[in-house]
Design a protein around this ligand. Structure first.
Ligand code: 6PG
Length: 466
């Protein structure tokens, strides 16, 4: 069965953009919002877009007035607002109707909600949507979680409104219950690492290489013609080349250097810890946002220590190579998380498909993703993207440059946390015998935790001196 009656609840920036996309693609659309002013603006803007819609003054009235079976898409803040909307919708829903959460929800909430609704015979879909306002309006990348039958019912509409990569829709059913929101959260974790990586590259080129913002912008334009090509490099170039009309200064110079965060990067780092996966690049990126927010403390720190930040003897081309190495390692960690969660939650995620649906429409879209899709099709050694032959060949060339960049940056006092974390992961993961022999010795010494011996057996102890 295919669903044809769509209702969208929540007309903020993303909701409005997605509503316009759905209506203009030719689907009948009903809309409602929990904010009257959002509904008023939507109605006022109606003459500026092609599609048709029917407006309603509440979620309940919208559902009641729509012919069944209905698909109701929520674009409202994650958390309690979703539970409240479900409670308001549920009494008016009939078997065959579907509720879709298209926001950035915590996947564990989605698992709980899907189980509750499915137990009452209703269908629930947790769908990650990426691409920001422009993506939602012109074609987002979408990661669908839920039952296969709900996906089939929604598929024609979702494929029609999605971004396309060489004609292939950037939307797919990735797994049951919370899988869609988990994949979107991991997308955002990779997004955090990639954004921070570009910010570090910018910082080092500016303060270490002495380049102007316009020169760095032009350098990013050059990167965007090579293996680093991506949406984030493209917009970084634009941001750096924009001049503030009020002061005639580079716009970045009048933007306060404290980064916000809504939580998905932090959730990625938390899930990595819970799943026992090393995701140092994401953790470093979240940490960097946290210290960016401590602006006053940073000012005090600079006053107390007055650190000298010197020039670095690097070229922009080396920066590009280093960024490529760190990007591959960041993605490797993100996909490792996807693989672990897939096993833990029995989602059977197809990692190649995840890479493919990120090739257009989403924030981390990049040339690298086609290579990632191919790498996972050929089952990389130990399941790690970084070990796939094509990725390993690139890392063999670029990691020595990453090492030179990180060494130079650290020696000269420039913080490069994501690059450092990427290099540390690489060094740790390419050392067959590490240093945890001492950790095991320490654990056994103070707590009789036992250790395995290289010549056989587990649960050995000591001998330790008293
Ligand atoms: C996207 C974005 C989008 C948004 C996130 C991150 O894929 O379209 O990831 O979902 O930018 O909410 O926001 P924060 O940087 O505020 O955490």
């Amino acid at each position: 069965m295919t669903l044809a009656n769509f209702g969208l609840y929540g007309l903020g920036t993303m909701g409005t953009a997605l509503a316009h996309n759905i209506a203009e693609t030719g689907f009948d659309l009903h809309v409602a919002s929990y904010k009257k002013e959002d509904m008023d603006s939507f109605v006022a803007a109606a003459p500026t877009f092609k599609g048709d819609f029917t407006g309603h003054d509440s979620l309940a009235n919208m559902i009641r007035d729509m012919p069944a079976p209905r698909a109701i898409i929520f674009l409202i803040p994650a958390g309690q607002a979703i539970d409240d909307a479900i409670a308001a919708a549920k009494p008016h829903m009939l078997p065959g109707d579907v509720l879709i959460d298209a926001g950035n929800s915590d996947f564990q909430d989605t698992r709980r909600r899907a189980a509750d609704l499915e137990a009452s015979g209703l269908a629930y879909m947790g769908m990650g949507v990426s691409g920001g306002e422009f993506g939602a309006r012109t074609g987002p990348s979408m990661m669908v979680g839920g039952t296969a039958s709900v996906w089939e019912a929604m598929r024609p509409m979702l494929e029609a409104i999605s971004a396309k990569f060489e004609g292939v829709p950037c939307v797919d059913h990735v797994g049951s219950d919370g899988a869609g929101h988990f994949v979107k959260t991991m997308h955002n974790g990779i997004e955090y690492a990639d954004m921070q990586l570009l910010a570090e590259s910018y910082g080092l080129m500016r303060r270490g290489l002495g380049m102007t913002t316009a020169e760095i912008g032009a350098e990013f334009v050059r990167w965007n013609d090579g293996p680093m090509r991506s949406y984030l490099v493209e917009i970084s170039a634009e941001v750096l080349q924009t001049v503030d009309p009020k002061t005639d200064k580079p716009l970045v110079d009048v933007i306060v250097d404290t980064a916000g965060q809504k939580g998905t990067g932090r959730w990625t780092a938390i899930e990595a810890q819970k799943l026992g996966v090393a995701a140092g690049t994401v953790e470093a990126a979240v940490g960097a946002r946290v210290w960016s927010a401590g602006r006053e403390a940073r000012e005090v720190g600079e006053e107390i220590f007055a650190p000298a930040r010197g020039a670095v003897d690097l070229t922009p081309a080396q920066m590009e190579q280093a960024a490529l190495a760190a990007r591959i390692i960041g993605h490797s960690q993100g996909f490792d998380l996807l693989a672990s969660a897939s096993e833990e939650f029995d989602w059977h995620l197809d990692l190649s498909r995840c890479a493919e649906i990120w090739r257009a429409g989403c924030i981390i879209r990049s040339d690298l993703l086609s290579g990632i899709a191919k790498a996972f099709r050929n089952a990389p050694p130990a399941g790690l993207l970084a070990y796939a032959p094509e990725m390993a060949a690139t890392l063999k060339d670029t990691v020595p440059v990453l090492r030179a960049v990180v060494s130079a940056a650290i020696s000269a006092g420039h913080p490069v946390p994501v690059m450092t974390a990427a290099l540390a992961w690489f060094d740790g993961m390419t050392q067959a015998r590490g240093t945890a022999d001492l950790i095991q010795g320490q654990r056994d010494f103070f707590g009789r935790h036992g250790f395995a011996r290289v010549d056989g057996g587990t649960g050995h102890h000591g001998p330790w001196a008293e």
